[in-house]
Design a protein around this ligand. Sequence first.
Ligand code: ADP
Ligand code: GN1
Ligand code: MG
Length: 365
Amino acid sequence: MKEEFDFKEIVSLFTAEGEYVSCVRYGEGHINDTFKLAMHTEKGEVHYILQRINHRLFTDIGKLMHNIELVTEYCRKSVLARGGDVNRECLTLVRAKDGRSYAEYCGDFFRMYVFIEEATSYQVVRNPRDFYESAVAFGNFANLLAGFDAKLLYEILPDFHNTKVRYTNFLRAVEKDSFGRRESVAAEIAWVQARKNLCGLLVDKIEAGTIPLRVSHNDTKLNNVMIDDATGRALAVIDLDTVMPGSLCYDFGDSIRFGCSSAPEDEKDLSKVNFRFDLYETYLRGYLSAVGNTITAEERKDLAVGAVLMTYECGMRFLTDYLEGDVYFRTTRPNQNLDRARTQFKLVDDMQGVFDKMVRAAERV
Ligand code: ADP
Ligand code: GN1
Ligand code: MG
């Protein structure tokens, strides 16, 4: 991926104040190219997040940014209503000089956000309190979005968590084997195929209307929430690219997938990767306390299913990408997507071992 951007030029397209100082790669997102921008102003150095939007994935930037404008504005109003700090408790877009919420430069698309200072997005759970806080943040977010009119949003990535469709894509990648990697991952492929009955568990209920289709975040991993360095409280939910119709079970499940692992998502040594039931209970408590009456009885019953399914699906997506030559998720080393797939599969095995306990906990908490 090309790194040589003329940042000074790009930044000049936006309304950020001050003189350009520097712009460096930032964060560990798998999708966009994220940079931390420093500008010199009379008040001292001011920071921003500059992102090159992945337009291979988000092919209609106008629609994507329409969604993000609406959702950030909606969150901003809620922060204002409770007397919060809009610079730290929600994402704030910085407009381009032409009034749009993004700028085009040499065929690439960029957007800018106010930098949330003195806060961190974590790759693994440091302590249960952070995780509890992230659960409250995502629970509040679900509660807030329950009042948002889904018709206003474009379904920017259709079938994003449709596990049946993901499975079909996976089979296609296996079949094509464009990079000749199939044989070396025969065991992983067989593992996925042996569990294909999982695929319909949520999609079928959503189609039948048993579980409501609602506006959800769809990418609720711990590193998509900013935790205040000073207080340890969750400040803001970020990464709003995938806010669109989905399920509360997806959102709950994706948080469990990422946060209840004892190791990073790309850990090579699987003996270090274990499902942390204690953290699952912690997250349940935080999430259910914040989501309030928004959650239905059916959704609650399927929270544990969401956890297994999101982990299975994500592992399958990593393996698909490995078979397709690592074109979707950003990688920084060889075999990273394969390692990521393997950690997810290990977590699914662990979760299935304690599945009844997970369901009971969701009913009890
Ligand atoms: P991706 O879609 O690639 O995951 P994100 O929007 O999640 O991109 O951004 C990547 C990382 O950049 C985040 O995990 C976080 O560390 C950091 N980040 C994003 N937005 C902000 C912000 N407004 N303030 C501070 N850090 C941010
Ligand atoms: C991607 O954008 P990021 O890094 O927060 C992906 C998620 C996956 C996640 C796995 C738009 O999330 O769906 O669960 O990687 N986002 C998109 O870590 O595909
Ligand atoms: Mg992210």
